[in-house]
Design a protein around this ligand. Sequence first.
Ligand code: NAD
Length: 255
Amino acid sequence: MSEQRLSGKCAIVTGGATGIGYGIAQRFIAEGAQVIISDIDEQGGTKAAQQLGDNCRFMRHDVSLPADWEPVFALANELFSGLDIMVNVAGVTLMGTIEDLDVETWDKTMAINLRSCFLGCQGAIKLMKRSGGGSIINMASVSAFKPQAELVAYNASKAAVDMMTKSVALHCARSGYGINVNSINPGVIQTDMLKKVISQVEDGEALMDSYKAMHPIGRIGEPADIAAMAVYLASSEASFITGSAFTVDGALGIN
Ligand code: NAD
């Protein structure tokens, strides 16, 4: 067996019940890490942790609520006496243009996609700076730089995740914490989120075909494609990399 790249490391992955979060947790564990997955979906999260085995624990957690973060970090402290890797994955795609999106949906998108990353970074830094460093990864999207008219809130939230990541990275670097902070911009990835988006439009099949056609590489992505980048950014090989946004999108962004 090849050397495990995250041997002895401990991680929190939000949104770990399914999709990209589950794929990252699975790969982290295969690379030797212990992982806490958190998710608002208690049933899905419990099932996911059972599937992922002894090196995985699940905690119910609404990432948009400051008070919900405290037990998650307390569990990391109790189990691992610190934290090496924080991956902020949980997110939602709530559709609407500037003319039809209501303010509640705007606020909900910002709370789940953006405030979550702020709270996750804040708490992770407290634990990581005590143990000499770590890696924080925030999940953005190609939607951070490729606008779609019907994704006004999602586009704005993901662009903000990328920029917040850079600000946090700069602070950590100047403070000498040894904490690297980066974001990932996935293209379209085959997950439940994609299924939900497809189900919200009249001609889902046509939308799916158009998504495939947007990727010059000839396919949409899989959670494993994003997990591979997350493993790299969480590993010691990426120690000189901080404040960057990594596009993993089969060339969608340059198309
Ligand atoms: P998904 O819907 O399959 O999974 C998201 C998970 O987040 C779910 O388990 C859900 O229960 C959880 N979640 C939702 N709201 C939450 C909350 N308030 N608190 C805690 N957990 C919550 O989505 P996915 O496709 O795996 O996407 C994961 C991340 O990747 C998101 O941030 C998304 O914006 C981003 N992303 C996805 C794609 C894609 O095409 N699937 C592309 C680019 C970026």
